[in-house]
Design a protein. Sequence first.
Length: 153
Amino acid sequence: MKVRKSTTRSGRSMSISSSEQSIYDQEYYIYHLELLAAFSAQIQSLPPFNSEHQSEDDQEFLAALAELQQQPQGINYLELGQVLMCRVVGSYPHLMPLLYRDLLWFFGGDCLHFMPDEEIAVFQRLDEQREEAKEQRVPFSYKEARAKSMGLH
């Protein structure tokens, strides 16, 4: 199995290989995969994806989105995610209200250009909390921490 290391925005490295993921990383990835699946399901019923006569570009976008969901541990996973999220912004702006902001943070890179500094700071703190909990080996729920940090609890 190929192992790909990624660096969090706080400079800590984390593995994207399922054989090395901690429970903290697994929960984090599963959460974002669920958001990706929900986004994909929602857009299927909206134009231009609900048309019988989809363009080749639209078909390729849906295929790439499906591939991203099927191989979340792939070599180019984060890069493909960045490209697809940026494509939503550029090619399907009407879908932006459905795109979970968490996905922009998760895929990072150019996606961060579409997030205000205050929002980036919230996600940065969440990453740091998760990494601190991992280092200290204390229970941590990303969903709970996210809800608290965004005033949803």
